[in-house]
Design a protein around this ligand. Structure first.
Ligand code: UT7
Length: 335
């Protein structure tokens, strides 16, 4: 695994915003659709309910609302953003990108725009790439977004997947700042991929195979939950430990662990393996379910809003999932 330790990167998160659709799909609602129970779902996943986009809402609509939230709360302008990196597995369309739609809505001039597909590692991958563009001085102000309408890619007759997924979006503004005036810094990052395990979580309507593995072709999310679970507890736990070891931090020196919210049991088991106390792990899974690329900003923003996360705190963000891929970032929070 590649670990890069970047001291004083000068890249600082200057605003965060989130959005979830109004409609709630509860465990009780799912009991009417498939053979499941509120008790089973809560015990096995920690999820009580998830949000579902309306018929008119696509990934770009959720993203735009998250950016609006960021603008309003932090009194920011996005007109001078010079790049949008948007992570999603459920785009409005293949072409144009969702990032282009966001650019068009806000009318930024001279702004690059690209979608990034790294499933549940999308948001942390976008943050790593934004950091690289800022460090290289190619950009000065970047909008990163994780947005998902997973309900459009969920088979509501499959009880092994439909209980997990929900819709939502999160956005962050990442800017080049003067290191003498800002404590905010992206301090270290890592990434690795086990592509030979790609068939364990997929969504396909094009290629019929991954290697010799035959894929369903209906554009719905399919997963081997048990295998992904096993992979998370072995490979992802090892990746988090490597990020800490490689950068000289420990679980005790990190204030908040913000993992991808796949399943509360995975969050608890990862915390235990790496040595985080249960209360250090931020989760939004109870009310939002697994929102893939949006789950990390949703969990983090809830703790920013209620005051748990404070300027100066050290965060370890860790995305993992489809690919199978993982990407982590250690950063100092500054807003
Ligand atoms: O972010 C995208 C990547 N995906 C993930 O991270 C998912 C990771 N995996 C998981 O979260 C868990 O594996 C699941 C929540 C998907 C499943 O939980 P589990 O504890 O691994 O359950 P299981 O697959 O071992 O199934 C246990 C039993 C089975 O019945 P039998 O064979 O023991 O009779 C299943 O058929 O539970 C049954 N089952 C259900 N029962 C009620 C599976 N789904 C359900 C359900 N309601 N929704």
């Amino acid at each position: 695994m590649t670990i890069s330790t970047l001291v004083h990167s000068h890249a600082t998160v200057t605003a965060i915003g989130t959005y979830v659709p109004d409609r709630i799909l509860s465990n009780q609602d799912l009991e009417k659709l498939v053979d499941t129970s509120d008790e089973w779902i809560l015990k096995r996943t920690g999820i009580r309910e998830r949000r579902i986009a309306s018929k008119e809402q696509y990934a770009s609509d959720l993203a735009i609302e998250a950016v609006r939230d960021l603008i309003n709360r932090y009194n920011k302008t996005v007109q001078d953003v010079d790049y949008i990196i948007l992570a999603t597995s459920t785009p409005d369309s293949f072409v144009p990108s969702v990032a282009s739609r966001v650019q068009a809505f806000f009318g930024m001039q001279n702004c690059g725009a690209a979608d990034l597909q790294a499933a549940c590692a999308g948001f942390t991958s976008a943050l790593q790439m934004a950091n690289g563009l800022l460090l290289s001085k190619l950009c000065r102000k970047i909008l990163i977004i994780g947005t998902e309408t997973l309900s459009r890619a969920t088979d509501y007759t499959d009880r092994t997947t439909c209980i997990l997924f929900g819709d939502g979006a999160g956005a962050m503004l990442v800017e080049t700042t003067d290191p003498t005036s800002s404590p905010g810094d992206i301090l270290a990052s890592n990434a690795s991929t086990d592509g030979e395990q790609g068939h364990q979580v997929y969504r396909s309507s094009l290629a019929p195979h991954i290697g010799s593995f035959e894929l369903s072709q209906n554009s719905m999310l399919v997963q081997n939950g048990k295998e992904v679970y096993r992979w998370a507890l072995s490979r992802v736990a090892a990746g988090i430990q490597e990020l800490l070891d490689g950068s000289g931090y420990t679980a005790q020196t990190i204030d908040w662990f913000v993992p991808h919210n796949a399943n509360q049991r995975i969050i608890d088991a990862l915390s235990e393996r790496v040595g985080f106390a249960a209360q250090q792990a931020l989760s939004s899974i109870e009310h939002y379910g697994n929102t893939s690329a949006a789950s990390i900003p949703l969990a983090l923003d809830a703790a920013v809003k209620d005051g748990r996360v404070q300027p100066g705190h050290l965060l370890l963000l860790y995305g993992f999932g489809g690919g199978l891929t993982q990407a982590g970032v250690i950063m100092r929070w500054s807003i």
